[in-house]
Design a binder for this molecule. Structure first.
Ligand SMILES: Nc1ncnc2c1ncn2[C@@H]1O[C@H](COP(=O)(O)OP(=O)(O)OP(=O)(O)O)[C@@H](O)[C@H]1O
Length: 320
């Protein structure tokens, strides 16, 4: 087995005596996406800063290796292997996108010719060629994020830390960013992604760790995490109160919501299960105005594990 891209044991950090990370273990295999999920203030950025050598862990932390290098004794080697795109953009708005890129090429000691080649290639790849000669301050939020990642890639990092890369982006820009992240991984890069969007972790991550109260509350593949909580349900909605009452009598095992005229029935969402529910409605001679199937998703896992109500992700109810 190859060495993991990131292997940290007992990662600890406190600020002013307040523990933010209470000895967490992280292992990220090469060429995968690992997502650290957590509510506001859980310590996601702190973890990124520690692993990218921007701050130092507390004494008592265990071994931390990034790209095979010991963080404590070889920080320069770690820095040479990683790229970090933080919540606060490294883009300088006063100069053009191209100039921002060339500046990065200089910082990485690329020759003039090589710097121009890499800049042109990355601007093209991130769909920024047309805007290359415009000041970055005129770019949209999505363009700035793309430029930020393009700048990170100038040094050809093997591991990239993306700290909430899509916060504040519109759905189209978010999907573009997801595509970029997938392409990076296809190219062999390891991505350490923090996000508050469960849907994002579900889409992209091979493994997810949920951070809560300084500890990893759960870790696994998206499917493993979803299996941690009980199954879903079917919701039937009615507009006619008489139809609702008849349905409630026919489906006596359902949970009733008299105000919303809706019934909720435990279900695994399978075709067979749905057919049984529909047959029971048919027998009673009623038709629901709306039927939705709710399968457990990472929102449910997150709420169950963290008790948080601050996550802005959408509930995944699929109308059928
Ligand atoms: N330099 C600092 N000094 C003191 N406290 C800090 C410092 N940096 C972070 N903290 C505190 O540590 C906690 C974790 O912060 P961190 O930014 O790592 O959380 P986060 O999970 O990234 O949150 P968010 O989703 O809001 O970005 C917060 O309570 C924060 O106020």
């Amino acid at each position: 087995m190859t060495n993991p891209a990131i292997a940290a044991s007992g990662l600890r950090k406190s600020y002013d005596g307040r523990t933010v990370l209470d000895g967490i273990d992280l292992t990220v295999p090469e060429g995968t996406v690992f997502s650290l999920l957590g509510p506001n203030g859980a310590g996601k950025t702190t973890a990124v800063k520690l692993l990218s050598t921007l701050i130092t862990p507390d004494t008592g932390s265990g071994d931390i290796r990034v790209a095979g290098h010991d963080l404590a004794t070889e920080p320069q080697a770690v820095r040479a292997a990683i790229g970090v795109t933080g919540q606060f953009s490294a883009v300088d708005g006063l100069i053009t996108g191209e100039e921002n890129m060339l500046l990065m090429a200089d910082l990485h000691h690329l020759s003039k010719t090589e710097g121009r080649r890499v800049t042109a290639e990355l601007l093209e790849r991130f769909d920024l060629t047309d805007a290359a000669k415009k000041p970055a301050s005129t770019y949209s939020g999505g363009m700035k994020r793309r430029l930020d990642i393009a700048m990170t890639l100038v040094g050809s990092p093997r591991i990239i830390f993306l700290d909430e890369p899509t916060t504040g982006l519109d759905p189209r820009s978010r999907h573009t960013m997801w595509q970029i992240i997938r392409e990076l991984v296809t190219g062999g890069v390891t991505v350490f992604l923090t996000t508050q969007y469960l849907e994002e972790a579900d889409e992209l991550a091979d493994r997810i760790a949920v951070l809560n109260n300084g500890k990893i509350a759960a870790e696994g593949t998206p499917d493993e995490l979803k299996r941690l909580i009980p199954g879903g349900h079917v919701r039937l909605r009615f507009t006619d109160p008489t139809a609702y009452r008849t349905a409630a009598e026919a489906l006596h095992d359902a949970t009733h919501d008299d105000d919303a005229l809706s019934l909720q029935i435990l279900s695994d969402g399978s075709q067979r299960d749905l057919r049984t529910i529909l047959d029971r409605l048919d027998t009673a001679g009623i038709e629901a105005d709306e039927l939705t199937v709710h399968t457990p998703d990472l929102d449910d896992v997150f709420f169950a594990l963290t008790g948080s109500t601050t996550v802005p992700a959408q509930s995944k109810e699929t109308a059928r």
